[in-house]
Design a binder for this molecule. Structure first.
Ligand code: DGL
Length: 271
């Protein structure tokens, strides 16, 4: 009953998913893995992303007893989720899930923007899923590789961040999108700056909220939600535990007591 929910991301972005899990499923035990030593993943090839994420999943399942693994990273979800599901003995879910349905529910003009890393945008996953549901919508995609660095640096609202947001999103603004999908788990940290640039009339969707609804429904269906549990929170990183802790505490708005270091060499021996 008290098995863990595992989360993995290239760095700190997946903390936006963890934060929603803590809010909606506060009694669940969690293990968060941030591959800080090899971040960012977003401009790497699908083969490398698959290899890195497979090493992490193998490490996690060897060390903890899970009831579910959440790929809290769009880049990994877009390129490697099917593969990870084949090596994981437990249900393994990604962050994309029901977000396309949600976007179609929200849009009034059928003009939807999607922003993410190069790999996520290059995979075309959102475009495909949106068009499979409704071929008439117009999808405008934009990769924003610098956003990761701004987030990892803790620069959510600096003037330079406003300027870069304007540079990347100018085409989407020009295209008059009315709905924007934040297809990278780092981006909710920049949400206020993005909203300010696009204007209040554009609805912004954070897929982690959709993903957490999905997790909750799955665990309920399997009858394995935790009750009356004082949760355990474990944090693992492959580098920079101190900067992970200080930024992580800010993003989660709670104390992180311990961050443990996992040796990249040990991970790499796994595949
Ligand atoms: N936060 C991740 C995502 O959702 C990955 C960012 C990166 O490492 O480039 O795509």
């Amino acid at each position: 009953m008290n098995r863990f929910i595992g989360l993995l991301d290239s760095g700190m972005g997946g903390l936006t998913v963890l934060s929603q899990i803590i809010a909606s499923l506060p009694e669940e035990n969690t293990v968060y893995f941030g591959d800080m030593g090899r971040t960012p993943y977003g401009s790497r090839s699908p083969e490398v992303i698959k290899r890195y994420s497979e090493q992490i999943v193998r490490y996690l399942i060897e060390h903890y007893d899970f009831k579910m693994i959440v790929v809290a990273c769009h880049t990994v979800s877009a390129t490697s989720l099917d593969h990870l599901s084949t090596i994981s003995p437990v249900s393994t879910v990604g962050v994309i899930e029901t977000t396309p349905e949600k976007a179609l529910e929200i849009t009034k003009t059928g003009r939807i923007g999607v922003i993410g890393t190069r790999s996520t945008i290059g995979s075309g996953v959102y475009q495909r899923r949106l068009h499979a549901l409704d071929a008439s919508v117009k999808v405008y995609s934009q990769d924003c590789p610098l956003f990761i660095h701004l987030v990892e640096e803790g620069w959510a609202k600096e003037p330079a961040t406003r300027m870069i947001v304007g540079e990347y999103l100018a085409n989407l603004k020009h295209a008059k999108i009315d709905t924007l999908i934040l297809a990278c788990t780092h981006y909710p940290i920049l949400r206020a700056t993005i909203q300010e640039y696009l204007g209040e009339e554009v609805a912004i969707i954070d897929p982690s909220a959709e993903c957490v609804n999905h997790i909750q429904a799955e665990l309920k269906k399997e009858n394995c939600l935790n009750r009356n549990n004082y949760p355990e929170r474990i944090y693992l990183v492959t580098d920079n535990p101190d900067s992970f802790r200080s930024s992580g505490e800010r993003y989660l708005d709670r104390k992180i007591h311990q961050v443990s270091l996992v040796d990249i060499g040990d991970l790499e021996r796994r595949g």
